[in-house]
Design a protein around this ligand. Structure first.
Ligand SMILES: [Fe+2]
Length: 351
């Protein structure tokens, strides 16, 4: 054995010998079999995923018939569980599909995770958020910022299905889960209906007076009509090489993302679009609003259609293609605001 090899053997023996002794005092040193403290680029156990609508819809209809709302925390949800993670759809959030039958009440509560709903199918539900009451229609985005009371009451004739996303994976890691049930099934509705929408919904003009406190987004709902109109305008701009036409739902007071930990986006891939491969910090989930296309995620190829979901792990290369003769429209949520806030956002675009 050379001198260097003997030294290394001594060092390994010393580390192993100290392991148990240090552990009894709540201490440790690096051990030869420890995984590396640093990796050159992010390595995630999250797996690229594709959930097809035909399968999801069949399960949802079954759940709607056989499951009561109450035992599931007064919510009937089908969670998109990533097989590479112990918890969550991605390392920071859970995406679930909520199914509510006519006449059902998703009772009032509040919690520290931020949440939003994007209405996938159906109309007629009304939601109350801190006393403000809104209708929920297909294509609408509805926020329930953390610690806001919220409940949903379905007045329509057909079941409603929406995407429910909470940054609960993150809040759980931070050991900061707080939850309060409301003492009644539903909270009282305030005297000014749709107040935040009336004040900030135009996105361009608002009542005169002091600017709102920047801590919370003052707007609670974003309508499908406004998103569609904005996308039509954006089609006249230069296309994004990776995402074609893509817009972010903005906080009208501060100009940042609609929620502090989650950025919601709507994008259109026009017929013939061949995207450039790119990757960036953080995870994302797509829901196909309309059309069909293909996304290459890491080593996987996903040929998706209307109603499907696709999940992309952190730092996974992604390329979008639309080989069809109709537009594809995608709703997306990602956790990029967290990385930008911490000043650790990385992005790479293939040249
Ligand atoms: Fe909730």
């Amino acid at each position: 054995m050379t001198g260097t090899a003997a030294q290394a053997a001594d060092d390994t023996a010393a580390r192993l010998r100290l392991r148990d002794e240090l552990a009894r005092s709540g201490l440790k040193i690096a051990q030869p079999d420890d995984p590396p403290l640093f990796t050159r680029v992010p390595e995630s156990s999250m797996r690229p995923m594709h959930w097809r609508w035909a399968e999801l819809e069949a399960f949802l209809q079954e759940l709607g018939q056989v499951l009561d709302l109450r035992p599931g925390g007064d919510r009937r949800t089908l969670r998109l569980a990533n097989p590479g993670l112990e918890y969550g759809t991605t390392p920071t959030f859970w995406a679930s599909i909520q199914y509510i039958n006519p006449g059902e009440v998703a009772t009032a509560h509040r919690h520290t995770p931020d949440a939003f709903r994007f209405v996938m199918y159906g109309n007629g539900c009304r939601t109350t958020i801190d006393g403000e009451n809104y209708s929920m229609s297909e294509g609408d985005l509805v926020l329930t910022p953390n610690w806001a009371w919220h409940d949903h009451l379905h007045h329509g004739d057909e079941p409603m299905i929406w995407l429910d996303v909470l940054d609960v994976s993150l809040i759980r890691k931070l050991d900061n889960t707080f939850f309060d049930p409301y003492p009644e099934d539903v909270q009282p509705v305030g005297e000014q209906p749709e107040k935040s929408w009336r004040e900030f919904g135009s996105g361009l003009l608002r009542p005169v007076g002091a600017a709102p406190a920047p801590r919370h987004n003052p707007l609670l709902v974003y309508s499908r009509e406004q998103a569609d109109a904005a996308l039509e305008l954006a089609k006249g701009l230069d296309p994004d090489p990776c995402d074609d036409v893509i817009l972010e739902y903005q906080n009208p007071a501060g100009g940042g993302p609609a929620l502090p930990s989650m950025s919601m986006k709507m994008q259109v891939l026009r017929p013939g679009f061949q995207g450039v491969t790119h990757r960036h910090s953080g995870s994302k989930v797509y829901w196909v609003v309309e059309g069909a296309g293909t996304s290459f995620v890491g080593d996987e190829r996903f040929d998706w259609g209307k109603g499907d979901f696709v999940a992309v792990p952190p730092w996974s290369p992604v390329r979008h293609v639309n080989d069809h003769d109709t537009e594809a429209k995608l709703f997306r949520v990602d956790d990029s605001p967290l990385y930008r806030t911490l000043n650790i956002y990385h992005e790479e675009i293939a040249r």
